[in-house]
Design a protein around this ligand. Structure first.
Ligand code: FES
Ligand code: FES
Length: 167
């Protein structure tokens, strides 16, 4: 039986079996290559998306767990921002704009998850302190976000810049 998802504001009927990890469906079936396969163990954050429950990792959780939820990938962030604040719609979500201004990515592989976490953090806390940002992007613990290139200092600056752009 097909599973119906809502991804980046559009309905998608998924042919993959219900126990397929959502990441494989997004990348392999729906052609959304923003979310990345990093560890495949819910430990690095590279595969993150936004769902109705906030930022979620998708490399292990089956697609059936996301049925009926609104899922936003990094590709859908501009539309999410347009929906949240139509008066100030730009071609990029402010988090994406800040990431460019602060030149955060090096290899870029982890940055999908970093931007998704930034959007999630700023939705809950529009003016986070440095320590709150560091906690959100912790390199250890249950919500670890791993960047092998070590871009964490720039991530802090970019989250602060995004908060300014969204104020
Ligand atoms: S690939 Fe999903 S958390 Fe690492
Ligand atoms: S930018 Fe290379 S892993 Fe983070």
């Amino acid at each position: 039986m097909a599973i119906e998802l809502v991804v980046n504001g559009k309905k998608a009927n998924v042919a993959s079996s219900p126990d397929t990890p959502l990441l494989y469906v997004l990348r392999g079936e729906l052609g959304l290559s923003g979310p990345k396969f990093g560890c495949g163990l819910e430990q690095c954050g590279a595969c993150s998306v936004l769902s109705d429950e906030g930022a979620r990792r998708t490399c292990v959780k089956p697609v059936s767990e996301f049925e009926g939820q609104n899922i936003t990938t990094v590709e859908g962030l501009p539309e999410l921002w347009a929906k949240d604040d139509a008066r100030r719609h730009t071609d990029l979500h402010p988090v994406q704009q800040a990431w460019i201004e602060e030149q955060v990515p090096q290899c870029g592989y982890c940055q999908n998850g970093m931007m998704i976490t930034a959007v999630n953090l700023l939705a809950a806390n529009p003016d986070p302190s440095v320590s709150e940002i560091m906690t959100a992007f912790s390199t250890s613990g249950p919500s670890a976000h791993l960047c092998r290139c070590g871009t964490y200092d720039k991530i802090i600056k970019a989250v602060q810049r995004a908060a300014e752009l969204m104020a």
